[in-house]
Every structure is written in structure tokens, then in C-alpha cells.
Write a protein that binds this ligand. Structure first.
Ligand code: F0G
Length: 371
């Protein structure tokens, strides 16, 4: 029986027999081939979505949180966890802390997180601290707390165990696809996840190619194969919150994709290294492009992801138009969170084809006949 990603990938994670595993059976999310999208885009390559919105709290954060909270519980001095968040980290931290009987504090920007995410943090019993500032303000407060309070564990992505948990996405993709993809698109906010993907891919590539038939070692030929096998990583940011794509911090980031409304990412340096090493790049989408991509995916494939996640798809649409994707290649888009977390976007931005009629067979039939 599947019992969560720590048990599944134990041999590549920093846990031991004494680590108390705190799990909600996260991971094992589907890698879905998007045939309709391929057709719609006239793509001569295959497109897959890794639907992380199907994790227990509805986002990829659960991969990191099972590790971070398990390691926090292993440390007997810790009685609380804390994070700053644009919403998903707070939901995930609150759920895993509840399961571990730890206290949870979350710092969120007042009025700027999706309603579903706030509801989750409340339901899981977190102590919620709203600040009259943005995510980046929250993050600088967190850094001070990390230095001062030894009983409180910071579970933002600067916690290295978060990244270790999140790297398992690459292992799953490799297992599901039977190979590494050629291209990988993902949204970038605080920039932990792009680093996690890359660590996973590099570990896998090292493992699959550590036997050279010619020299049985790590010869030059081997390193060239390793490099060639690794996917090109393409990170997308919203135009109004694009520090990595533009090379400058944003004091007042703005975007409809609140999950990635971040102006000064904590893991910028690593993220820049990833795109360089993978021969990838950063680029941006407008809010309209993000919402369009969300709609296309929902309507063509039945996959409803949140706006931040849809930027993977809007990025792919753009790079397909720019002819940047090689023929016959395989492309994976990480769909980081579930669309149900942010229903307000649908109510504001979608055409709602809702008919109200009397509760009779005849009136329903009239509607059916007139479609
Ligand atoms: N997609 C979603 C749905 C997210 O919630 C986040 C980050 C990202 C993408 C970007 O990932 O930060 O590792 O580059 N959300 C954080 C939070 C910041 O607080 O929930 P990243």
C-alpha cells in the first residue's frame, strides 16, 4: 500500500529509523498526457502535466512539508512550526503540524491570499498572523525568528528538508515517464521548487549513468551523456512579479496569481544557477495569459489548476509559438496547486454559462433543445 513519499523514496532522503514519519500519503500524483492540448496547439511534441493539486492539501508543498515536519518532530526541542506564506505553504504546514501535534503559526499578507488557502489554515487550527505587508515582508520577519527561537522550526523552503521532500517530484516523473523529460516548465515564486526539481533530476541522471561500459567510471564521455540527458528547465513568472526574469527585485509585486506574488525570492541564486546549468531560461506571462491558460487546460483536459500553476501552460504556449521546443520531445509542466483553492478567479474571470429555470422536466428540456 502506498504510504507517502518518505517511505517510497527513503533511500534518497535524509531520514533514519528514528525519524518519526509525519505523512498524509502525499506524492504519487498523476502525470497526465494532454492529448487535447497537443492537438489544440498543433504541437509536434508530447505534453504532460504533473498534477500536484492532487496532494492532500492541494499543492506540491506537501512533498516538502512531510519531510520538514518529520524532521522537526525528530528534534525534541521543537514544539512549533512557523512560515510566511502566499497561502499554500501555510495550508500545508498547518495540516502536517496538526498531524504531528505541533503548534503552527503562519504569517500571511493581509487580504492577498486565495480564500480556500486561508480556510484551510483556519480549519487545520493554525494561529494566523496577518501582516499589513506583502510576502517578502513576512519572509524577512521569518529569518529573524529562525535566528532567535530555538523551539520554533521554520518550514519555509529555506528549510533544507523541504527541498529534499520536493525533489521527489523528479523521481516520480522519471518513474512514470520511464525517462527524463526534455523540457520542464514550472512557475517560480520564492524559487525553492525549481531548485528541488533540479536536484532530483541531477540525482537521477547520476544514478542512471553511473555505469559506463567503456571505462566503468566517470569519464568525459559519461559527463557529456549526463548533461545531454537532463531536461531544459524553463521558469515562468507573472509580469508584475518577475524578479528572476528581469534581474531586479520588485518592491510592490502584483499579479492575479497570488501564490507567486513575490518580489524578492529567497532562493534566487540557486534558481539562476539551475536555468544556466540546464540551458533553460526565465520568462513572463501577463495575468490575462495566465487566466487564458487556466481556462484552456480546464476546458480541454478537465484539469483545474490554480492561476500560479497555469503559468506553466501559458509559458509552454508562448514557447511553442516561438518554436523553442524541439520536435518529438517530451515536455512536462508542473501544475503546482488545485484550482479549487481560488474559486474567486472563476467567478470574476470566466463567462458563466448558467441557466436558471423552473424545476420541471419541460423547462430543463427547453434548455437542452436550444443548445
Ligand atoms: N505554485 C504555487 C501554487 C505556489 O503556492 C508556489 C509558492 C509556487 C508555485 C512557487 O514555488 O516558491 O518554490 O518558487 N508558494 C509559496 C507559499 C510561496 O507560500 O505557498 P516556489
Amino acid at each position: 500500500m502506498y504510504s507517502g513519499l518518505i517511505n517510497n523514496y527513503r533511500s534518497v532522503l535524509p531520514v533514519n529509523d528514528k525519524t518519526p514519519i509525519v505523512s498524509l500519503h502525499e506524492g504519487n500524483t498523476p502525470l497526465i498526457r494532454f492529448y487535447n492540448l497537443e492537438k489544440y496547439l498543433g504541437a509536434n511534441f508530447s505534453i504532460y502535466g504533473k498534477f500536484e493539486g492532487l496532494n492532500p492539501t492541494g499543492s506540491f508543498k506537501d512533498r516538502g512539508m512531510t519531510m520538514a515536519v518529520s524532521k522537526a518532530l525528530e528534534n525534541k526541542n521543537i514544539d512549533s512550526v512557523i512560515c510566511a506564506s502566499t497561502g499554500n505553504t501555510s495550508a500545508s504546514a498547518a495540516a502536517y503540524a496538526a498531524r504531528a501535534n505541533l503548534k503552527c503559526f503562519v504569517i500571511i499578507p493581509d487580504g492577498q491570499i486565495a480564500f480556500g488557502k486561508l480556510a484551510q489554515a483556519i480549519a487545520y487550527g493554525a494561529k494566523i498572523i496577518q501582516i499589513n505587508g506583502n510576502f517578502d515582508d513576512g519572509m524577512s520577519i521569518i529569518k529573524n525568528i529562525a535566528d532567535e527561537q530555538s523551539n520554533v522550526c521554520v518550514v519555509n523552503s529555506l528549510n533544507p528538508f523541504r527541498i529534499q521532500g520536493q525533489k521527489t517530484i523528479s523521481y516520480e516523473i522519471f518513474d512514470q515517464l520511464g525517462k527524463l523529460p526534455d523540457y520542464h516548465f514550472l512557475p517560480v515564486g520564492n524559487a525553492g521548487n525549481i531548485n528541488a526539481h533540479w536536484i532530483g533530476y541531477k540525482e537521477i541522471s547520476g544514478q542512471s549513468f553511473n555505469h559506463c561500459n567503456l571505462c566503468s567510471g566517470n569519464c568525459e564521455y559519461m559527463s557529456s551523456i549526463k548533461h545531454a540527458e537532463l531536461p531544459v528547465i524553463i521558469g515562468y513568472q507573472a509580469i508584475g512579479a518577475a524578479p528572476l526574469a528581469t534581474g531586479k527585485t520588485f518592491d510592490n509585486p502584483r499579479t492575479i496569481a497570488t501564490a507567486i506574488k513575490i518580489g524578492n525570492p529567497v532562493s534566487s541564486e540557486g534558481a539562476l544557477g539551475v536555468v544556466e546549468e540546464s540551458s533553460g531560461w526565465f520568462d513572463t506571462s501577463s495575468d490575462d495569459e495566465i487566466v487564458d491558460a487556466q481556462k484552456i487546460l480546464a476546458k480541454k483536459e478537465g484539469v483545474f489548476c490554480e492561476p500560479a500553476s497555469a503559468i506553466s501552460i501559458s509559458g509552454l504556449i508562448k514557447e511553442n509559438e516561438n518554436k523553442k521546443i524541439n520536435e518529438n520531445s517530451s515536455v512536462v509542466c508542473t501544475l503546482t496547486g488545485n484550482g479549487l483553492k481560488d474559486p474567486d478567479i472563476v467567478m470574476q474571470k470566466y463567462t458563466k454559462d448558467v441557466k436558471k429555470v423552473d424545476p420541471t422536466f419541460k423547462s430543463v428540456k427547453d434548455v437542452l433543445m436550444n443548445i
